[in-house]
Write a protein that binds this ligand. Structure first.
Ligand SMILES: [Zn+2]
Length: 87
């Protein structure tokens, strides 16, 4: 299973923001799983999970090489905002 980076303070893997015209980090996106698109996986019912948009991007970066420090910084900032909002 792809790793979820959504902060527990925000709701973790079960938390999804609504899909709107403005894409958010925590909106649901389709992820090819268990067989990734790179490995020839298709967009079929038995190869589908929902993943956060940001988690999907980080997962791709981890396996394919693009830098993702800025994405991890977005996770950290979201965690800090969620903590701030819950105080
Ligand atoms: Zn996630």
């Amino acid at each position: 299973m792809p790793e979820c980076f959504c902060p527990e303070e925000l709701g973790g893997a079960c938390y999804f923001e609504p899909v709107t015209a403005e894409s958010s980090d925590w909106m649901p996106t389709h992820e090819h799983f268990p067989r990734s698109k790179r490995e020839g996986g298709h967009r079929d019912l038995d190869n589908t999970v929902l993943a956060h948009r940001l988690c999907n991007r980080i997962d791709y970066s981890i396996s394919s090489g693009p830098p993702y420090a800025k994405d991890l910084a977005r996770v950290k900032a979201a965690r800090e905002r969620a903590i701030q909002d819950n105080i």
